[in-house]
Design a protein around this ligand. Structure first.
Ligand code: UDP
Length: 254
């Protein structure tokens, strides 16, 4: 297939022009970054696994009525998505204290929060994605109040659903980050789930051992990063088909 025109390259993904207007191709790289790109590396096979994991989770969420940008997976590293206008907000939900909430507020990692907590961050690399309140988001026009109502409602449903789905395969959903976009269909606009949902943007702990099965293994140099992503896919029952040359090495086929 002829190479498509590249529109945007992010830290973990590349967006190409899609085959028809209003579509894009999302390509998943093996590149990993942490701490606002101060730490860089590669996680072999990550792109393949995240493509598959995100496809699976987005399809499951669509089944419960969460609108998403996902159309279909094209190959090992690419998926067809609807072109949306990304809302420059990262929405984080926390069920258990870890990462920045633990450091900022001095809550021991692993503490179950009294209830799920939602936070918003302004997507701006230069500023290091600062945390913002809903007030900032609506005052500066990054999203309208009615958009925020949709986003909050959808995010709570996503948390409830994914918590149960992961629990069913022995994984605790500690926290995660999602992004939303505006999908224009003629004159109508809908807010839809965009970006990806994968171990790159979730904290996933083994329910029995609390072992980390997510990007913290890379962030904190814990080792066995590929294996952790692979284990998440395996538990979800979606390890990519064996024998594809795009999977770098037989260890990915276990
Ligand atoms: N997260 C993300 N992208 C970011 C920041 C955070 O996907 O730019 C995810 C992260 O993987 C975790 C959750 O959001 O699942 C909460 O992250 P936290 O605020 O604790 O920040 P971190 O400790 O990752 O810097």
């Amino acid at each position: 297939m002829a190479r498509r025109r590249q529109l945007y390259e992010g830290k973990a993904k590349i967006l190409f022009e899609g085959p028809e207007p209003g579509t894009l191709v999302q390509y998943f790289k093996d590149d990993a970054t942490a701490f606002n790109a101060q730490k860089k590396g590669t996680i072999t096979g990550k792109g393949v696994l995240n493509n598959r994991i995100s496809e699976f989770l987005m399809m499951k969420l669509a089944e419960i009525g969460i609108p998403t940008h996902f159309v279909r997976r094209l190959n090992m590293r690419e998926q067809l998505i609807k072109e949306v206008e990304i809302i420059p907000i990262e929405v984080v939900v926390r069920n258990i204290a870890a990462g920045s909430i633990s450091t900022r507020l001095g809550i021991a990692e692993g503490t179950r929060l009294p209830r799920s907590i939602m936070e918003f961050y302004y997507k701006n690399d230069t500023l290091g994605d600062p945390m913002v309140a809903e007030e900032h988001i609506t005052a500066f026009g990054w999203a309208m109040p009615q958009d925020m109502d949709d986003i909050i409602h959808m995010t709570l449903r996503i948390n409830d659903f994914l918590t149960g789905l992961f629990l069913g395969v022995g994984i605790t959903l500690v926290d995660f980050k999602v992004e939303f976009g505006r999908l224009w269909e003629n004159e109508d606009m809908r807010i839809v789930l965009a970006d990806e949902i994968s171990p790159d943007n979730c904290r996933l702990w083994d329910t029995k051992t609390n072992e980390k099965m997510d990007k913290d293994r890379f962030r904190r140099d814990l080792g066995k990063v590929e294996e952790a992503y692979q284990e998440v896919a395996k538990r979800l029952g979606i390890l990519p088909e064996a024998g594809n040359a795009d999977m770098k090495g037989p260890e990915m086929m276990q």
